[in-house]
Design a binder for this molecule. Structure first.
Ligand code: ASP
Ligand code: MG
Length: 417
């Protein structure tokens, strides 16, 4: 017998039929003898609708009232799932975040979970009751409902799993796992069996949008084993209830990954823009002068490359920002030009950052060279490169995105089963 947290996202609970299928997934685990807590999102599209209603009521609304409104979507699905489970003969009840309580900080609209009191839920497990918990919400210090920021029910599920010391947190979603790259670009992409927290963080932050990044960070800190799987498969198909090896992708500590590969995945993010400042004065304080105003204005700077200057007086500085922020960034830099004393600003929208990710890189050499050679063979020009311990990111022209992803995917042997 194990203790499981099952999380179902918006598309998985989009209507009553889907909620029935969700209930069958829950029933399968209950029948297997497990203790089960379920965390649900709002029905897909609901939260957007609620957010829009707040905006229409008044664009400058009170964040606490916004939370009161948007937290309601999850209450509806929690109640509907509890009703459905009861109709199937399962002892279940719904919980609003404040009833548990899931305590958060006071940042209404973007709150962080601080503590969860799981005692009552655990007591009810011993009576055979299933807890159906509304995701995305908690109770702030001002004694009012707080929501966690969009996509926050993944984080709710991980926090509940940590609080209940669950054996696993299953994230049921509309894809059946995490792939070696985007299957829409590379049909030979394969579902990974296991991926390390660190690798998943890189992939998630690069736009592999299976999980909210914060939920992966939280899982890594609390060592919550996360399992990504599909809610659309037949809940009673063979193997679905297999405790040790269910269909999907396990996100776990790297110690659990025995057959570690050097490279596990290729991620990309489109719509990047490059800004190059030419002949910037090479003296202390220049980088601060460039990046502080961007940061203050909320422009998210990503790759930063500064060249070593040739004569010790002037250097080049290149960095990327989201293409949507390019105009704003240009204006800020132009304004600060007298202080920064660069000679020329060049910018280029429409770029893509392709990244090669794998914890095995820590202990292998030649990983970067393989990427450069493969891209060169395809005539793809590299604009900038940055690396971390487990990642190589390469900036290229957007038109080569698909080709670069496929090329790198096969260069590291990820096509092969
Ligand atoms: N319903 C919330 C949202 O759409 C939370 C979630 O689905 O994770 O952002
Ligand atoms: Mg989601």
């Amino acid at each position: 017998m194990a203790r499981l947290v099952l999380k179902f996202g918006g598309t998985s609970v989009a209507d009553i039929d889907r909620i029935r299928r969700v209930a069958r997934h829950v029933k399968r685990e209950v029948d297997a003898g497990h203790e089960v807590a379920v965390v649900v999102s709002a029905m897909s599209g609901k939260t957007n609708e609620l957010v829009e209603w707040c905006r229409q009521a008044s664009p400058m609304h009170d964040a606490r009232e916004y939370d009161a409104v948007v937290a309601s979507g999850e209450l509806v699905t929690a109640g509907l799932l509890a009703i459905t489970l009861q109709a199937m003969g399962i002892n279940a009840r719904s919980w609003a975040g404040w009833q548990i309580p899931i305590r958060t900080d006071g940042q209404h609209g973007a709150a962080r979970i601080e503590a969860i009191d799981g005692a009552e839920i655990v007591r009810r497990f011993s009576e055979g009751q299933v807890a159906v918990i509304a995701g995305f919400q908690g109770l702030a210090p001002d004694n009012r409902v707080a929501t966690l920021g969009r996509g926050g029910s993944d984080t709710s599920a991980v926090a509940v799993a940590a609080g209940l010391q669950a054996d696993r947190c299953d994230i049921y979603t509309d894809v059946d796992g995490v792939y070696t790259t985007d299957p829409r670009i590379e049909p030979k992409a394969r579902r990974m069996r296991k991926v390390a927290f660190e690798e998943m963080l890189e992939m998630a932050s690069l736009g592999a949008k299976v999980l909210q990044v914060r939920s992966v960070e939280l899982a890594m800190v609390h060592r919550v084993r996360l399992f990504v799987r599909s809610s659309f498969e037949d809940p009673d198909a063979p193997g679905m209830g297999d405790f040790l090896n269910p269909p999907g992708t396990l996100i776990c500590d790297e110690d659990e990954i025995v057959e570690a590969q050097v490279v596990t995945g290729i991620a990309y993010s489109k719509d990047e823009a490059q800004i190059s400042l030419r002949r910037v004065e090479d003296r202390p304080g220049v980088a601060a002068a460039i990046f502080a105003p961007l940061a203050d204005s909320g422009v998210n700077v990503d790759m930063i490359v500064q060249n070593v200057s040739e004569d010790g007086t002037r250097t080049d500085m290149t960095f990327t920002v989201p293409a949507g922020d390019l105009g704003k960034a240009n204006a800020l830099l132009e304004k600060a030009k007298p202080e920064m004393r660069f000679e020329l600003m060049q910018s280029e929208p429409g770029l893509t950052k392709v990244s090669v990710i794998g914890i095995g890189m820590r202990s292998h050499t030649g990983v970067a060279a393989t990427a450069f050679k493969a891209l060169a063979n395809r005539g793809i020009n590299i604009r900038a490169i940055t690396t971390s311990e487990i990642k190589i990111s390469i900036l290229i022209d957007g038109e080569f995105t698909e080709l670069a992803v496929r090329t790198l995917h096969s260069a590291y042997g990820l096509d092969k089963a």
